[in-house]
Ligand binder design. Sequence first.
Ligand code: PA5
Length: 449
Amino acid sequence: MQKIFYDTKCLNKWIIPEKLESYREPAAEAETMLKEKKGLGNDFLGWLNLPIETDEPFLTSIKNKADEIRGNTDVFISIGIGGSYLGAKAAIEFLSPSFEGLRKPHIIFAGHQVNSDYMSDLLKLIENKDVTLNVISKSGTTTEPGIAFRVLRKWMEKKYGRKESAERIIATTDPQKGALRKLAEKEGYATFPIPPDVGGRYSVLTPVGLLPIAVSGIDVFKLLSGAKEATEFCSGNDITQNISMRYAIIRNILFRQGKVIEVLAGFQPQLHYIGDWWKQLTGESEGKNFTGIFPAAVDYTTDLHSIGQWMQEGTRNVFETFIILKKTDNTVTIPGFDDDNDGLNYLKDSSFETVNNSAYKGTVLAHLDGGVPISAITIEDRTPEALGQLFYFFEKAIAISGHLLRVNPFNQPGVEAYKQNMFAFLSKPGFEEKGEELKEKLKELDLDI
Ligand code: PA5
């Protein structure tokens, strides 16, 4: 059953039918390029058929490993960055209880930044605990997860010895090549493959996302079956049906009207990391050749008390895509007080959702008055099926949108620039000369950093 919908009724002022019509052909071309694997980046289209091609025995092997981990682990540490981190984080935060203390095992992420305090706190947290590590890296050479893994592997080998720790380390990496694959084979770690034709930000439905998600207790069969349903309503050239295509077209039309920032605005805290995952998906897929929509994500009503002012009256180069969860799992109502000291008795017995929905309606009308083009993605419920549909909907939409922008949606050449410089500053072998050059540059700029 379709659980994700895309509502564009508020866009009439910006999207005239002729404009929409003019995008039909290029969007259909993009759809064909993806289907026939002909466009830019066509060697990275494995994600398109993952929901159909991932078979039951494979999912069962992930579920079995996850069950084993759930049975012998207090803290499960998922080590990875970018596409090797954000999908699992988004899914777990969307579908799990709000507080880490209510979850078992604890699922902690590491290697997604570089910080001694975080690592030192993590080492304190796992003292006297049983730990399983899942190191996730397609290339196997990414610096952030690489150094986090070194520290945690050392800790594991000290606590369990080399042989037993190898039984508690799982490597998710390229099926054949790379440093992590080599190490896993040498040490005898269990491994799960990342298909070579699936890039990091499109990998949530591979073991990259699936293993940590399954460890959290989420039903990965349902997640995949949801994504499979989305392959139906996110394909074809009929934009009333193919909501990925409609969303892609709308984004591009607004972009051409000078709306260069898209704000994904959620009204539920469980959506926060969906926003982070989406920022990577859109930013890395589209921001190249000096074009692309800048993706920003906000959490309302929290951010209505900060960024809300800018949304209402700031520079009008923005459009807003609401992401709305229609049902919560629980209903908390507001109690009355005889003294009505705060004047809130008028809300007695109302649910939090009644208040939240009024805030939503109020925001839509206010931002429309403020000249912000608005559309809305709705999610029927907080279930793995709905989430699977949402992941696939966005992946497909951004692939089409990237093609409409005439960029390769599946590479990320720009992320190399900082890495090369960082290697030079760290005196990585082979980067010595560049290191000297960069130090000179810092001097010229009088930068004492
Ligand atoms: O989307 C991408 O390709 C990147 O964000 C990668 O996922 C990220 O850089 C991590 O790479 P790796 O899995 O090789 O460590």
